[in-house]
Each structure stands twice: as structure tokens, then as C-alpha cells.
Design a protein around this ligand. Structure first.
Ligand SMILES: *[C@@H]1O[C@H](CO)[C@@H](O)[C@H](O)[C@H]1NC(C)=O
Ligand SMILES: *[C@@H]1O[C@H](CO)[C@@H](O)[C@H](O)[C@H]1NC(C)=O
Ligand SMILES: *[C@@H]1O[C@H](CO)[C@@H](O)[C@H](O)[C@H]1NC(C)=O
Ligand SMILES: *[C@@H]1O[C@H](CO)[C@@H](O)[C@H](O)[C@H]1NC(C)=O
Ligand SMILES: *[C@@H]1O[C@H](CO)[C@@H](O)[C@H](O)[C@H]1NC(C)=O
Ligand SMILES: *[C@@H]1O[C@H](CO)[C@@H](O)[C@H](O)[C@H]1NC(C)=O
Ligand SMILES: *[C@@H]1O[C@H](CO)[C@@H](O)[C@H](O)[C@H]1NC(C)=O
Ligand SMILES: *[C@@H]1O[C@H](CO)[C@@H](O)[C@H](O)[C@H]1NC(C)=O
Ligand SMILES: *[C@@H]1O[C@H](CO)[C@@H](O)[C@H](O)[C@H]1NC(C)=O
Length: 402
């Protein structure tokens, strides 16, 4: 009997010790930046700087594993984050379970750009993001026109390869589509594009932030056209300490924090674990411009159309009161869109519209019907359900939907 109690106590202590350690690790990783986390996780990183044609200075990270004596001779991987996010997305869940670590552990050459206006790319040759509102005069149209070609050309040149393999989350699909539509020579630079929770048409989006954005977009567009440019949801804003305190410090708040996330983004049956949730609170948001936020409200309202200047200026610019739909007939690169019936942002119906508008695209609906918008990045099943589809394709050239 006594022995049994001692066993119970030992069990209790050891369980506690393990969970305390996990929480400590999560809190340390929560407060580190990209290079700090890579270092802490036992991987290696390089920091590259890319200057765009319009003067924005972007940070491009490269991640590798110390256990690879050489990189494999295959196309470099580019992992591109989505709206409100940053390159942190591909390492946030930690050493076992993050996109970039899975690819680096397979000895692939992994590159991680950060879009203009995010915490790591908040820089310009002449504009100061803190004092020059003109710095924030951009949306994903400029990311497509300037950021994407700059980072793709940089990686192709630096690695001496002809093509990259692209992995883009949400907005990162829209930007590469626009680039390949406007400058078709970029199609040949992409071996294949994996679109995780792709966003283009958003008519069936149920993400409340985008719905509110859509409702505000007429007013916001007017203000922005009148010269209002500003940063939107920066990393380290006044809310960050509260978010860290509420959802990033203890397991007690986990159900409430998860339910809130589920309510807005899709019920994901707790794909994002307690520890990943804590780490996440230090890495969300990534920062963008008010104009880019508003741009997605326009898309929700208008469809996948060019920038909406408001009817008067649209008439001057496009000859119509509403902006024209993007013509994607130049997009010939191969796309594999990974989607889910449970995703409140990227609805399968909208993905079908996108597929019908590009010539070489297929979709994979993941077998877990509750998979949500952020689970493609942070879910506990990423290393069993998502990244194997990509590494298998890299290995064999064949795609199998899991
Ligand atoms: C990341 O954190 C390290 C250590 O705190 C710091 O030296 C470095 O400047 C940071 N990098 C960026 C891009 O903020
Ligand atoms: C490298 O290999 C060692 C020994 O197997 C292992 O302990 C370590 O976690 C590995 N590091 C990475 C980054 O995979
Ligand atoms: C291409 O890479 C080489 C080094 O690999 C570098 O010297 C050169 O400046 C790069 N060119 C461009 C256009 O980035
Ligand atoms: C297609 O590409 C050509 C350049 O090859 C470009 O002139 C044209 O505007 C593009 N079409 C669309 C609809 O973007
Ligand atoms: C924002 O940039 C556009 C060109 O992309 C320009 O027409 C407009 O005047 C700029 N607005 C402000 C407020 O600088
Ligand atoms: C979330 O999913 C679980 C099981 O997958 C289900 O029991 C629950 O009712 C769902 N909740 C919502 C709000 O959809
Ligand atoms: C789609 O792209 C792949 C890879 O570039 C190519 O092998 C295939 O022929 C293309 N299919 C079509 C229908 O264009
Ligand atoms: C996707 O759109 C359809 C049609 O509007 C809707 O019935 C369904 O609930 C949406 N799915 C999600 C997960 O939001
Ligand atoms: C492209 O998308 C539009 C929605 O803007 C849709 O009406 C059209 O049917 C799609 N194109 C094709 C070829 O299906």
C-alpha cells in the first residue's frame, strides 16, 4: 500500500517535472526571435538581406541541420508565410514538427523570406517605417511585384539552381499567382508550388476578421486613397504582453485560448497543442500595413480582383467602376493546393474557383475534416500529414494526398 502511494507520488512528481520543463522551453522559445529559436533548437541559420527594386530591405533566412554533411542536390525550398504572420511560422512548433526543420533534417536547402512590413523586414533604403507613413503604402500587390521576384532571383542565384520548390501559406499563394500572371517568365523558376490553405477568391470565407474587413473596406479604401497609410498589428504592439500573459504562460488558459482561435479560424480539434500555443503568443502577429489588411477586405467583397481604388479612380484606372478580376491565364506553373473541409479561411468551394482559373493545378483535401487555417503550420499532425506530402514529392516527383 505504502509502496503504491510512493509510486503514485513519484509518478506525479515526474509528470510535473516533465510538464514544467516543457512549459519552460515553450516560454523561452516564445520570447526568442527567428535566429534565436533556430539556434536554441539545435539547427543552423544564415541571414541574407535582399533589396527590392522599390527600396524595401527584406530579411531572408536560410536553415540547415548540423547533421547533414552536404545538402542534397535538389531544388532549394522556399517557405513563404501568409498575412499577419512571418517566417517564424516554419519553426514555431519546435524541432519535431515544424516545416523548415523537417526539410532541413532531410538535408534540403531551406530559405525563408519575410514580406515587407513584417518584424524582420521592417526596413527601407530611404523611408523610416516609424516616421514615414509612405513606407506603409503597400499591399500584397507590391509584394507580388517586388518582394517575390527579388527573393526568388536571390535564391536561384545564390544556390546556382534553375528552379525552387515553393511552399506558400494563404496570402503567399496570391502573391506568387500575381507574379506569374504579370511576369510569366517566373513560371519556369518554380518547379512546383504547394499552396497551404490557399487564398484568392474568398467569397465563402468565415474568418470573422476578414468579414469585418470586408464590411469596412469601402470606408478604409477612401481613407487610404486620401493618404492614410499606417502599420497594422505590429509584432510587439501594446497587446503582446497581454496575449503572452493570457495564452502564453500557463496551461490553465489553454481551453479558452484554443476555443477563441477555433471560433474564428475553424474547429481544429486541438491540433495546436498547449506548448505550441504558448510559443505562438510571442510570434503572432508578424506585422503588415493597414492597406494590405484592407486589401483582403476588398478581396472578400469583390473576388480575386485588382486593387480597388474606389469607383471614381477605378473608372480612370480600369475603365470600370469595380476593379477587374485577375486574369490568371499566364499562370502555367504547377500548383498543388492543400485544403480542408474545416478551414474557415480557405473554403474548398473557393479553392475550386481558383483551380478553374489556373491551367496546372490540383487540390488535396486533407483527410482530417477538422483541419483549420493555422493547423497547416502549427498543428501537431504537420510532421505526419503535411510535410511528408512535400518531402515525398521532392524525393519521387509523385504526389500523394494524405
Ligand atoms: C535576435 O535576437 C538576438 C538575441 O537576442 C539579437 O542579437 C538579434 O539582433 C535579434 N535579431 C533580430 C533580427 O531582431
Ligand atoms: C543531430 O544528431 C544528433 C545525434 O543523433 C541528435 O541528437 C540531434 O538532435 C540532431 N540535431 C538535429 C538538429 O537534428
Ligand atoms: C549572384 O551570386 C554571386 C555569388 O554567388 C554574387 O557575387 C552576385 O552578386 C549575385 N548576383 C546577383 C544579381 O545577386
Ligand atoms: C501575360 O504575359 C504577358 C508577357 O508575356 C504580359 O504582357 C501580359 O500582360 C500578361 N497577361 C496578363 C493577363 O497578365
Ligand atoms: C501610394 O502609392 C501609389 C502607387 O502605388 C501612389 O499612386 C499613391 O500616391 C501613394 N500614396 C501615398 C499616400 O503616398
Ligand atoms: C469541434 O470538433 C469536435 C470534435 O471534432 C466537436 O465535438 C465539437 O462540437 C466541434 N465544435 C464546434 C464549435 O464546431
Ligand atoms: C504541369 O506541370 C508539370 C511540371 O512542370 C508538367 O510536367 C506537366 O506537364 C504540366 N501539366 C500541364 C497540363 O500543363
Ligand atoms: C464553405 O462554404 C460553404 C458554402 O458557402 C459553406 O456551406 C461551408 O460551411 C463553408 N465551410 C467552412 C468550413 O467554412
Ligand atoms: C474563374 O473565376 C471566376 C470567378 O471570378 C469564375 O466565374 C470563373 O468561372 C472561373 N474561370 C473558370 C474558367 O472557371
Amino acid at each position: 500500500m505504502n509502496l503504491f502511494i510512493i509510486f503514485l507520488l513519484l509518478d506525479y512528481w515526474s509528470l510535473n517535472a516533465i510538464s514544467a520543463t516543457n512549459t519552460e522551453v515553450a516560454i523561452i522559445r516564445r520570447d526568442l526571435n527567428f535566429t534565436g529559436m533556430v539556434n536554441y533548437d539545435g539547427f543552423l541559420s544564415e541571414t541574407h538581406t535582399v533589396r527590392t527594386k522599390d527600396g524595401y530591405i527584406l530579411t531572408l533566412y536560410r536553415v540547415s541541420s548540423p547533421n547533414c554533411s552536404a545538402l542534397r542536390d535538389s531544388e532549394p525550398i522556399m517557405f513563404m508565410h501568409g498575412l499577419f504572420l512571418s517566417g517564424d511560422d516554419c519553426i514555431t512548433p519546435g524541432p519535431s514538427g515544424s516545416h523548415c526543420y523537417e526539410y532541413a533534417s532531410a538535408c534540403l536547402d531551406v530559405w525563408v523570406p519575410n514580406a515587407r512590413g513584417t518584424v524582420y523586414s521592417r526596413s527601407h533604403i530611404s523611408l523610416n517605417p516609424d516616421t514615414d507613413s509612405e513606407y506603409w503604402n503597400f499591399s500584397f500587390d507590391e509584394m507580388a511585384q517586388y518582394d517575390m521576384p527579388a527573393v526568388i532571383d536571390y535564391v536561384i542565384n545564390a544556390t546556382n539552381k534553375n528552379q525552387i520548390t515553393y511552399i506558400g501559406h494563404a496570402q503567399a499563394v496570391a502573391t506568387l499567382l500575381n507574379l506569374c500572371a504579370a511576369k510569366p517568365e517566373y513560371n519556369a523558376k518554380i518547379k512546383v508550388g504547394f499552396g497551404l490553405s490557399p487564398t484568392a477568391w474568398l467569397y465563402n470565407c468565415r474568418f470573422s476578421v476578414i468579414q469585418i474587413d470586408g464590411a469596412l473596406s469601402t470606408v478604409l479604401t477612401g481613407l487610404i486613397e486620401a493618404g492614410l497609410n499606417a502599420e497594422f498589428l505590429p509584432r510587439g504592439g501594446v497587446y503582446q504582453p497581454f496575449v503572452k500573459l493570457l495564452c502564453g504562460t500557463t496551461d490553465l488558459s489553454y481551453p479558452a485560448c484554443s476555443d477563441l482561435l477555433f471560433a474564428v479560424l475553424g474547429n481544429d480539434s486541438y491540433q495546436i497543442t498547449e506548448d505550441t500555443m504558448k510559443v505562438l503568443t510571442g510570434h503572432l502577429p508578424g506585422g503588415t500595413s493597414l492597406k494590405n489588411f484592407n486589401r483582403w477586405g476588398q478581396i472578400y467583397k469583390n473576388g480575386f480582383t485588382k486593387y480597388d481604388h474606389g469607383s471614381v479612380k477605378n473608372l480612370l484606372e480600369y475603365g470600370t467602376l469595380t476593379p477587374p478580376v485577375f486574369d490568371l491565364s499566364n499562370v502555367t506553373m504547377k500548383w498543388i493546393f492543400i485544403t480542408s473541409y474545416g478551414d474557415y479561411v480557405s473554403n474548398v468551394t473557393d479553392v475550386d474557383t481558383l483551380i478553374a482559373n489556373v491551367s496546372n493545378a490540383t487540390k488535396c483535401i486533407v483527410s482530417d475534416k477538422t483541419f483549420g487555417h493555422l493547423d497547416y503550420l502549427f498543428g501537431k499532425d504537420v510532421p505526419t500529414m503535411i510535410t511528408p506530402m512535400i518531402t515525398t514529392y521532392v524525393d519521387t516527383g509523385k504526389f500523394e494526398c494524405l
